[in-house]
Structures are given as C-alpha cells and as structure tokens.
Design a protein around this ligand. Structure first.
Ligand code: FMN
Length: 388
C-alpha cells in the first residue's frame, strides 16, 4: 500500500546512515510497484544489471542460449533486463563471445533476444560499450586504443592514443549501435560509462592525460560521454529511453573522485539521459566478493545518495543489493527508484517471483565463480556448494 513518510531510516539489524525524509506528499514505492524511465513503464522496481553473458559466436552474433536465458529472466518476473555489454566497434570488443552491435547484419539475430524477452512479459535494454585499453589482443583486430597511452590497471599492453578522427569514429559507432538496438526492437539502450572501459577511461584523470579538448579539465574529460550521449540521442530520437551506467568513483590513486562523479551526474539530464545506474571502480573492483550479511550490501549507497542530491533522474542502485528488506528501505528513503542485481539472477533467474512468494534473500554467495573460466562458454553459477 502506498503510504506517507517522515522519518529516519533504519534497517533494524543495520542502521543506515540517518537521512530524514520530507516526503509527506509523496507516494512511497515498493519493490513490486511500477516505475518509469523516460517513456518506459517498468512493471516493478527490479532490474537485471548488465552481465556479460558470453553466449554469442566469435562474430558477435547472439546464440540461442542467450535468447533462452533472457526468456527465463523475463518469465522470472524482473521488470527490466539490461544485456551484457555489446561492442559498438570491432576495436572495442572486450572478450570473445561478446555480443556485437557493430554491424547491421546482426539486427535479425538481436531481434530474437528482444522477442524472447517480450514473449516472457519483460523489457530489454541493450548496454553499449567500447572496451578501450581493456580489450585483450585476441578480441580486436589491432592494438587497443585509449585517451592516453596509459596501460590498464590490470597490466594489459600500452594502448595507442586516439586521435581526433578515431574519437569521432567511436562516438559515431555508439550512435549507430543504439540505432541497431532500436531497429531490433529493444526497449532502450544503456551507455556503459563505468568499470574502466573507454568512456570511464576518458572520465578518469588517472587514464586521461590529454591536454586537448578531450582532457585536461573535468569538462574536457567528460566531453567524450557528452558527445556519445548526443550521438545516441540524435540517432534514436527524443522518446527512446537512453540510460547510462556511470562509474562515480574510481577507487584508484589520482582517479575519479566522488566529487568529480557528481559533476558528471549534474549534466546527465541536459545530455538527454533518462536514468542513471550508479556504479564505480576500475580494474575489476566493481564486483565485490562475499556479500553474506546486511552490512556488506549496497556498496554504492553513499554514491547513490550523492547522485540523488545532484539529479532528479531516476536512479538505479546496483552493487551487492541482496535483502528485500534493504531494497524496500532504500526505495522508501528515496535514494534509488530501482534496484538492480547481477550475480543473484545468474543463480536464480526467477528471484523476483521468489521474492513475491516470500523469499527474503538470494541464494547467491557472491563468490564470483559465475565468470566462465578461460575456454568455457557462458555465465553460470559455479558455487561448489550449490544444491538446487
Ligand atoms: C559475470 C559478470 C559479468 C558482468 N558484466 C557486466 C557488463 O557487461 N556490464 C556492466 O556494466 N557490468 C557488468 N557486471 C557488473 C554487474 O552489472 C554489477 O554491477 C556487479 O556485479 C554488482 O552487482 P551484484 O552485486 O548484484 O552482482 C558483471 C558482473 C558479473 C558478475
């Protein structure tokens, strides 16, 4: 039931940092009430966060297991599914078996994904990405590219510095990929601006040492995202939902700070973005392990609060969100409008239905074994103690 609130939030076992709400006239959403992102009506507040499925062929063409997985997720009740990152340019492929959005001939195969989700009663958003310096040599035709010749924190080779022409080509590729998602019947796109990939490399002072208009100041560093957003919006029109997943803080020396992240957030609505998914971390720090108790959950909650104070856009909170109780509290608090999850939905694609039936927490133990070991195909829960 909708209710009126004026209180400080606590979770019982865990005290959320106090935040007094002044929402006397506001309807408080619960997890299973509809919400909107731009023109998109989402049936509940649960989102499947982008999760690289590695279920496409070596040409980037999605295969049947991926459509089956999306159908299963949709039937499992999640309001919105965001695909794993899809590459917009053949120089931006982050790993083998990544789904491509870089060529028109992929559109019919992409359509099978949208159909599977719609048949299951869900909505599908494509996450579009370019890996920049994170791309391994076996996944791209030439050397990796980046704003500056600064190697990845993961110890990958020194990338080539992009010139003006290369930057413009990639910006246009983001727009073209968004157009393909729209043509294939997807319900929106999400621009991946987190986790140390190309856009996050431009945003980060640790990775972007440029002295030209694409770097040197916060406005220069965020220009790449601004122009990607403009190219996407230009291609898909005013009404098509465009989301972004933004790394608000890098957690590395000389990297993007939360203050810098907030400065980017401040511009998103003006750039035509319809919703913000708050994330952070570069070099693999975005997927924290062992979320086993309430205290470990919601590790981007502080960043989301800064975002909430900075923008009126719908906010999606990801990062170790596990217990239903905490999700409801965060929606009530008003910090986020949607909750997204990745690993729990690998183990239990029908988790939303289970939540409705009374389950309080996912079975996922956040052990990070869901990534396929080298040579293996597709994400799967590989918890050695898994019985179901
Ligand atoms: C196997 C795997 C693949 C992922 N792939 C992506 C991706 O393609 N794009 C992205 O933005 N985040 C990706 N993530 C990060 C998740 O979307 C999410 O931000 C992170 O796992 C924290 O959420 P969780 O605690 O619910 O798993 C991936 C995570 C996992 C475990």
């Amino acid at each position: 039931m909708p209710c009126r609130v004026l209180y400080s939030v606590s979770t019982g076992a865990v005290q959320l940092p106090p935040k007094t709400l002044h929402l006397e006239d506001t309807t408080v959403p619960t997890l299973f009430e509809p919400g909107s992102i731009g023109k998109l009506e989402v049936k509940n507040r649960l989102i499947r966060s982008a999760t690289a499925e590695r279920m496409s062929d070596l040409d980037g063409r999605p295969e049947k297991p991926l459509a089956d997985l999306f159908g299963e997720l949709a039937r499992g009740g999640v309001g919105l599914i965001i695909t794993g990152h899809c590459y917009v340019h053949d120089g931006g492929r982050c790993h083998l078996n990544m789904t491509g959005a870089h060529r028109d001939d992929l559109i019919p195969d992409l359509e099978t994904l949208a159909d599977a989700v719609h048949d299951g009663g869900g909505l599908l958003v494509m996450q579009i990405n370019h890996g920049g310096r994170e791309c391994p040599e076996n996944a791209i035709p030439g050397p990796p590219v980046a704003p500056s010749p600064v190697p990845s924190t993961k110890g990958k080779p020194r990338p080539d510095e992009l010139n003006e022409e290369g930057i413009k080509e990639i910006i246009a590729a983001f727009g073209d990929a968004a157009g393909r998602a729209q043509a294939a019947g997807f319900d929106g796109v999400q621009i991946h601006a987190a986790h140390g990939y190309l856009i996050s490399q431009f945003n980060s002072p640790a990775a972007n040492w440029r002295k030209d208009r694409w770097g040197s100041t916060p406005a220069g560093r965020m220009r790449f995202l601004e122009e990607v957003a403009a190219a996407v919006r230009d291609r898909v029109g005013d009404d098509y939902p465009v989301l972004t997943k933004l790394g608000m803080e890098d957690y590395v020396r000389d990297g993007l700070t939360l203050k810098d992240g907030a400065e980017i957030v401040r511009h998103l609505a003006d750039w035509g973005i319809d919703a913000l998914e708050v994330s952070g971390g570069i070099g693999g720090t975005s997927v924290r392990k062992d979320i086993l108790q309430l205290e470990d959950e919601g590790y981007y909650l502080d960043a989301a609060r800064v975002a909430r104070d900075t923008t009126d856009l719908p906010i999606i909170l990801v990062g170790g969100m596990r217990s239903k109780q905490l999700m409801e509290r965060i929606l009530e608090e008003g910090t986020a409008d949607f909750i997204s999850m990745s690993r729990p939905l690998i183990r239990e694609p029908d988790l939303p239905k289970r939540f409705l039936e009374g389950q309080e927490r996912p079975a996922c133990i956040s052990c990070n074994r869901c990534w396929p070991p080298p040579g293996e195909y597709g994400i799967a829960c590989r918890d050695p103690n898994k019985e179901d």
